[in-house]
Design a protein around this ligand. Structure first.
Ligand code: NAP
Length: 246
């Protein structure tokens, strides 16, 4: 298990965008970042669920967050640019992005995967992380030191038959991180890393393992140490690397 014990308000001046902030690991990370002093921009497709996270942050004494509704299945260049423009107008810069939005369909041999399912998984699990990062680059460049965390998976680091487009998207995420690193490390203060949370009791996990008892797996809140480490200045020297929670 990754261990890290930051000081109480170590994210005090940070403005952090979290995709998939409405549930699971993204929600846990947003709550955790807010608890450590950050201002959160909560991005997701379901406004009602995002508003619950907003209320949870405020109830815990965190700074007032912002909510941005975006369905990553439908988003185009204009919608991503709108997100970036709104952040520029309201906050002026971004110190961090956690890409936690993800989708999964039941595991299947490739010969039975429909093109619709293929497209959806590539779009949410890979294309969205590329497009959101790309449109946020000018905002990230304005930070003294910015951190982008791409959420990977064991399925993106090993060969995992029957995990089809999800596994291909996660392998793509590793490659995307490496390319951004290669293109940004000598010309910007933006660091990029991947983080594999490992098995965790969330809705996405239940799609892949419907018969697994969720009590056998850790809750998202138990896996937050590397999420915190990578978002704070202690990780400034870590760039282009792969991390794991477990
Ligand atoms: N759980 C695991 O065991 C595990 C292991 C390895 C990697 N991961 C990765 O961890 C990340 C977080 O997943 P999770 O386990 O926390 O699952 P989760 O609880 O199902 O969270 C997934 C998040 O993505 C959002 N999302 C899905 N489709 C979207 C769309 N079209 N537009 C906008 N947002 C969308 C969901 O929104 P709604 O709330 O509206 O559904 C939710 O906030 C994913 O990248 C996943 O691949 C998870």
């Amino acid at each position: 298990m990754f261990e890290y014990q930051p000081s109480a308000n170590f994210l005090d001046s940070k403005i952090i965008l979290v995709s998939g902030a409405s549930s699971g690991l993204g929600r846990a990370a947003a709550l955790c970042y807010a608890q450590h002093g950050a201002t959160l921009i909560l991005l997701g497709r379901n406004e009602a669920k995002l508003n619950i996270v907003y209320d949870e942050i405020e109830a815990a004494g965190g700074k007032q967050p912002a909510v941005m509704v975006l369905d990553l299945l439908k988003a185009d260049d204009n919608s991503y640019q709108e997100v970036a423009t709104t952040i520029a107008e309201e906050f002026g810069r971004l110190d961090g992005v956690l890409h936690s939005a993800g989708t999964m369909s039941p595991v299947l041999p490739l010969e039975h995967v429909t093109l619709e399912s293929w497209d959806q998984q590539l779009r949410v699990n890979l294309t969205a992380s590329y497009a959101l990062t790309r449109h946020c680059l000018p905002l990230l460049r304005r930070a003294a030191a910015a951190s982008v965390i791409f959420t990977s998976s064991t399925a993106g680091r090993e060969l995992r038959e029957y995990w089809g487009p999800y596994a291909i998207a996660k392998h793509g995420i590793e490659n995307l991180m490496q390319l951004f690193h290669a293109e940004l490390h000598s010309t910007s203060n933006i660091r990029v890393n991947t983080l594999n949370p490992g098995p965790c009791a969330t809705a996405l996990r239940r799609v892949a393992f419907p018969s697994e008892d969720p009590a056998m797996r850790p809750q998202p809140a138990a896996l937050m140490a590397p999420y915190l480490y990578l978002m704070g200045d202690d990780s400034r020297a870590d760039n282009g690397r792969q991390f794991s929670s477990q």
